[in-house]
Write a new protein. Structure first.
Ligand SMILES: NC(=O)c1ccc[n+]([C@@H]2O[C@H](COP(=O)([O-])OP(=O)(O)OC[C@H]3O[C@@H](n4cnc5c(N)ncnc54)[C@H](OP(=O)(O)O)[C@@H]3O)[C@@H](O)[C@H]2O)c1
Length: 264
């Protein structure tokens, strides 16, 4: 299947590691011109070189803190100016902590939401007018399946994700007339650096050993394991592609079947 991504330009936030890195690699592998954004310039440069070597594509980088309004505006402007247009935004940078509800102060809630919730909203608001002017675009939000699976040890992330599913639908309504299609990819646990850190925090909050906690969680999954970043990236790539021309306002869960319920 030709995804029709060969002449497309994409900005992937949080593209230096984990899911974002896999998305950037998948898009570059399909011929898209990709810019990755994260805070650490060295990791960004290393990831860009690895993806270029693996795909033969060209990967640009921009170092910015997307928890700050200035960082979001600068990263968006950089993508538009280096590419001349922006066809695809993958909102993915997020790092909300798990923890003990009663011991979590306001500042931590606000910090988590500042990047994950406000960072996605601000970035969409920055790129939207460019996509309107150029006659369309794709926005894919990576929104954890914690949106629909509340957990007592991951309330900051769960609430931000639930809000982002609502935002995705509303933005899809707003974008439809301008041919801007907005979707969410909703992963359950994915084996990344962040997952390893979250497991340690959740195990600690539950008073358990991290390795035993991880084994227990994996055994709960119908497929007996959690996802690999590439399994999430392939869906993001499809939704960003010309082949997904009638999908908007939806959130697709990629969780190996663990979410209960019929309407996902
Ligand atoms: N892994 C999972 O199990 C899982 C499950 C569901 C949803 N998700 C969501 O998927 C997304 C990616 O998760 P991941 O597991 O791939 O994370 P990861 O491996 O920790 O990678 C996070 C990426 O975001 C960047 N980042 C972090 N804070 C940033 C900031 N303030 N400004 C700009 N970039 C920032 C990181 O680079 P720097 O640190 O250099 O900035 C890195 O590139 C997150 O939104 C997460 O909530 C993950």
């Amino acid at each position: 299947m030709d995804l029709g991504l060969g002449d497309r330009t994409a900005l992937v936030t949080g593209g230096s590691k984990g899911i974002g890195r896999a998305v950037a690699r998948a898009l570059a592998g399909e011929g898209a011109r990709v810019m990755i954004c994260a805070r650490d310039a060295e990791t960004l440069a290393r990831t860009a070189r690895e993806i270029e070597a693996g795909t033969g594509g060209r990967v640009e980088t921009v170092a910015a803190d997307l928890g700050e309004r200035e960082g979001v505006a600068r990263a968006a402007a950089e993508a538009v100016s280096r590419f001349g247009r922006l066809d695809i935004l993958v909102n993915n940078a997020g790092a909300i902590k798990a923890g003990d509800f009663l011991a979590t102060p306001d500042e931590e809630w606000l910090n988590g939401w500042r990047l994950k919730l406000l960072g996605y909203i601000r970035m969409a608001r920055e790129v939207f007018p460019h996509m309107q002017r150029q006659g369309g675009g794709r926005i894919v939000n990576v929104v954890g399946a914690a949106a629909r699976n509340p957990s007592a040890t991951y309330m900051m992330g769960g609430t931000a994700n639930a809000a982002l599913i609502n935002f995705t639908k509303a933005l899809a309504d707003l974008g439809a007339k301008s041919n801007i299609l907005v979707t969410a990819v909703s992963p359950g646990p994915v084996k990344t650096e962040r997952w390893d850190a979250l497991t340690r925090q959740q195990a600690q909050a539950a008073g358990k050993d991290a390795a035993a906690f991880e084994r227990e969680r994996a055994a709960d999954f119908p497929l007996g394991r959690i996802a690999l970043p590439e399994e999430v990236a392939d869906l993001v790539c499809f939704l960003a592609s010309a082949r997904a021309s009638f999908l908007t306002g939806i959130a697709i869960t990629v969780d190996g079947g663990i979410t209960r319920g019929v309407y996902l």
